[in-house]
Design a binder for this molecule. Sequence first.
Ligand SMILES: Cc1ncc(COP(=O)(O)O)c(C=O)c1O
Length: 437
Amino acid sequence: MKPKFVCRKPGPKSLKVVGRDNKVISPSLTREYSFVLKKGKGCYLWDVDNRKYLDFAAGVAVMNIGHTNPVIEKAVRRQIRNAVHVGFSDFYAELPVKFVEYLLTFLPKHLNKAFLSNSGTEAVEAAYKLARWHTNKKWAIAFKPSFHGRTMGSLSLTNSRPVQRERFWPFLPVKHALYPYCYRCPFKNKEHDGCVNLYLEVLEEKMGECDKDVAAVFLEPVSGEGGYLVPPKDFVKGVRELCDDHGVLLCDDEVQAGCYRTGKFLAIENFDVKADIVALSKAIGGGVPLGATVANEKTMDWIAGSHANTFGGNLLACAAGLATLKFMRQKKLGENAKKVGSYMISRLEEMKDEYEIIGDVRGIGMMIGVEIVKSKSTKEYGIEERSDILCKSSEKGLLMLPAGVSTIRICPPLILTKEQADLGLDILEDSIKEVCA
Ligand SMILES: Cc1ncc(COP(=O)(O)O)c(C=O)c1O
């Protein structure tokens, strides 16, 4: 089936907004193409020139329940009449409590207390501070590549693109071990089945360098910005075991992979592993800024005044969060992510066999990476090719994002149907064909 809404170059209204944006908005943001949002509905977006797009980006894995979902409008409207903000650090309100009580029903039983915030970086920052508070230890270990946010605590953990860290030294005490990148295994000269142990050896080595002063290991169960990398199950289990052996907390960053994106509510469940502290954000607020850091009450033992914020527990965010979680459960979004996501992966695998520039297809559920290379034999990163595919697809009415060095990130709303998946993949295939030619 061909798309009915083929876009050409950015329209005049879009170009105007881009021009105004360039004058007043911080140049630190990264935009791959000139899409200017007017409105959204379900899995579709319209730009200010009234062009329609299928959305395989979901506002960077945020709009899992789809755009302008009526449940959000209803919940926020109802709440806005009563109160918008209470100052939850200083006063009480029932709604944030109700939200957390409901959130806990999605999580393993041992996670029974939450700190609320407004974004992914804040949820990770709280996890980092909590780990340091609880253990009274200094070091943290994260991975390369990894992305945990951009405030100084989470940025110290982040190690993805050099530009994100350049000039921001000195960082907090963090060491980086290697995240498994199976398509580009750094241990390729060794036996493949020994790789997991080699990755774990690097992690243990890093722990050893910290003089028994490690508070936590921070792990993305599926690496997001790093290129949608799926680690081997034994690796994630091995990380848990090393944490247990060394008395170190395991902090699970579910900001991108959580909220059913991989089929399970927490992506780490795919690996049969339980974490000590979990950071959630992005999709949990249905598009309204919301973050949550969750742990067991024995771990969340910091004292009054040690960590707080102004907007955590914001009433509109909690109303949206509660409505989002109810919708996710009611509509079984995890099952849809798994079913339609598996179908998409199998279609992309077929494309990989056909096109020389698709080096790797990987993912779980609707967290799918397509790594573009110049040729399969050299595996040279296809950076320009990736940009071309993203731009051509946007011109044809499909929005996607980059991740890693040359990977296309596919993270649509989890309400995506098989027909919509086919529509998007047809556009992607057309673009790949054109770039190959
Ligand atoms: C895994 C992960 N952690 C943390 C963050 C930071 O979230 P935010 O941009 O809301 O601060 C992101 C953002 O992409 C992320 O993917």
